[in-house]
Write a protein that binds this ligand. Structure first.
Ligand SMILES: [Zn+2]
Length: 391
C-alpha cells in the first residue's frame, strides 16, 4: 500500500494514504457536480476552463451525472456566434430530505431540496406525548403528507431528520437528555415506529444553527442562540458543529445570569439565562401569543416596553459573554429571533455599552435568516449535506 509518513504538527507520526485513482475519480465528479450546482447552468467548456480538467474527464462525469438524473442536458446555451452548446443544468429537486420538529404543542414538517429550499411545510397543533401510539402514528402520517405534497418519490428521499428539544446521542439513535418534556432515554426506534424511511434524531438547537450557517460564505465560526420557549444554543467552528465531550456544548440556557435571587430554572438551578430570556417571559403578558406581544410593543404599550427592555438587557449580557468566549458571529434565532430585526440597533447599543473591546455588535451580531422552521429545515439539511459530500 502506498503510504506517506511524516511528522504531524504536534510531533506525532501521521500516516496518510495516498489517494487512489478511484479517489481522484470521485473527487473530480464531486468538483464537477458542485461547479454546476454553484453556477446553475454551464457548458462543457465552462467546466473544462473553470476546473482545469481534461475534456474526456469532464465528458465522462457529465454522462454519469445525467444518467443518475442529477443534472439536465436537454437545453442549449444560446450563442451569438457558432454552434449552440449543450447546457448542463443543476436539478435541485433530484433528491430531497424531510425534517420534522416536535415541540410541546406542535409537530412541524418540511421538505427541502438539494439547495436547501423549502418545498413544503406543514405545522400541526398536537400535544407532545411519545407514550401515546396515536401521537407516533400522527408523526408517521405527517411525514407521508409532507412527502406527497412535495411530490417526492421514494427513491429520491434521502432521509427524515427528527429534531427534538433535547440532547441526542452521537449516532442519532437515542435521547440522552430530554428534561424539558421528560423523554430522556427514548430511542429512534420507538419514536420513528411509523416512518418507513432512514431516520435520525437531532438536537433542535444544533440543527437550527447548522441551517443558519450552512453554505454561508462569510460565516465560518458562529454561535447560534435559540430564543424559544426554552433557550438553547450551538457552536459552529470552521462550519462544523462543535458538540463537546459530552454533547452539552452550547447549552447556554443554563449559563447563570442572575446569581442572586434568580428564578428557578427547569434544570433545578437558579438564575439561568433560560429563566430570563425564554419567549414566555414576553408572551406571558399576551396569553402565550408572541406575535400579539410584538404588536403591543410596536403600538407603544408601556408594560410591553418594560418587559422588552428588561429582556434585552439580559440578552445583551449573554451576547457579551458569548462574544468574549468565542470571538465569533452570534446569530439570534428561535421564536424571539424571528422578530428581532427591528430591535437590533437597540440591542447592539446595549451590548456595546457592556463590551470591553473595540468590536461593534453591529458587525458580529446577526438576526436569523430562517424566520420559520429553521429547526425542521436543519434536520433535513443534514441529509442533503451528507448526500452532497458523498456523490
Ligand atoms: Zn437551568
Amino acid at each position: 500500500m502506498p503510504y506517506q509518513n511524516f511528522t504531524g504538527k504536534f510531533g506525532g507520526l501521521i500516516i496518510e494514504k495516498k489517494p487512489s485513482s478511484a479517489d481522484i475519480k470521485a473527487k473530480n465528479r464531486q468538483l464537477i457536480y458542485h461547479f454546476i450546482r454553484e453556477n446553475t447552468s454551464v457548458s462543457k467548456q465552462d467546466i473544462v476552463f473553470g476546473l482545469q480538467l481534461s475534456l474526456p474527464t469532464v465528458t465522462q462525469n457529465l454522462q454519469y451525472l445525467v444518467e443518475k438524473g442529477l443534472i439536465d442536458n436537454s437545453e442549449k446555451i444560446k450563442n451569438t456566434g457558432g454552434r449552440n452548446a449543450t447546457a448542463y443544468t443543476y436539478l435541485p429537486s433530484a433528491r430531497a430530505a424531510i425534517g420534522i420538529y416536535m415541540t410541546e404543542h406542535h409537530m412541524n414538517g418540511v421538505a427541502v431540496d438539494l439547495l436547501g429550499n423549502e418545498m413544503e411545510r406543514i405545522r400541526r397543533r398536537i400535544q407532545f406525548n411519545l407514550e401515546d401510539d396515536a401521537y407516533l402514528r400522527e408523526l408517521g402520517a405527517l411525514v407521508m403528507e409532507v412527502k406527497k405534497n412535495a411530490g417526492i418519490e421514494d427513491e429520491d428521499l434521502l432521509g427524515v431528520g427528527i429534531a427534538v428539544p433535547g440532547l441526542v446521542s452521537d449516532d442519532g439513535e437515542s435521547v440522552i437528555y430530554g428534561l424539558t418534556l421528560n423523554f430522556t432515554g427514548k430511542t429512534l426506534e420507538e419514536i420513528a415506529k411509523y416512518i418507513p424511511y432512514p431516520c435520525q434524531l437531532c438536537h433542535d438547537s444544533y440543527v437550527a444553527g447548522y441551517a443558519e450557517v450552512w453554505e454561508s460564505r462569510e460565516i465560518q465560526n458562529a454561535f447560534y442562540l435559540s430564543l424559544s420557549n426554552s433557550v438553547g444554543g450551538s457552536l459552529m467552528i470552521d462550519e462544523e458543529l462543535y458538540v463537546g465531550d459530552t454533547h452539552k456544548s452550547g447549552e447556554i440556557g443554563h449559563m447563570i445570569i442572575v446569581p442572586h435571587g434568580g428564578k428557578t430554572c427547569y434544570c433545578g438551578k437558579k438564575g439561568c439565562l433560560d429563566t430570563v430570556c425564554n419567549a414566555g417571559e414576553l408572551d406571558r403578558y399576551t396569553d402565550g401569543n408572541l406575535e400579539a406581544f410584538f404588536k403591543l410593543l410596536e403600538q407603544g404599550d408601556h408594560r410591553a416596553h418594560e418587559l422588552w427592555s428588561e429582556y434585552l438587557d439580559y440578552l445583551a449580557i449573554a451576547v457579551v459573554n458569548i462574544r468574549i468566549l468565542f470571538d465569533s458571529y452570534i446569530i439570534l434565532g428561535g421564536y424571539v429571533g424571528a422578530y428581532i430585526d427591528d430591535y437590533m440597533e437597540d440591542l447592539c447599543r446595549r451590548v456595546d455599552e457592556r463590551f470591553p473591546f473595540d468590536d461593534k455588535a453591529g458587525d458580529y451580531l446577526l438576526p436569523c435568516k430562517y424566520k420559520v422552521e429553521a429547526t425542521a429545515a436543519g434536520a433535513a439539511i443534514r441529509y442533503v449535506d451528507e448526500f452532497l459530500e458523498t456523490i
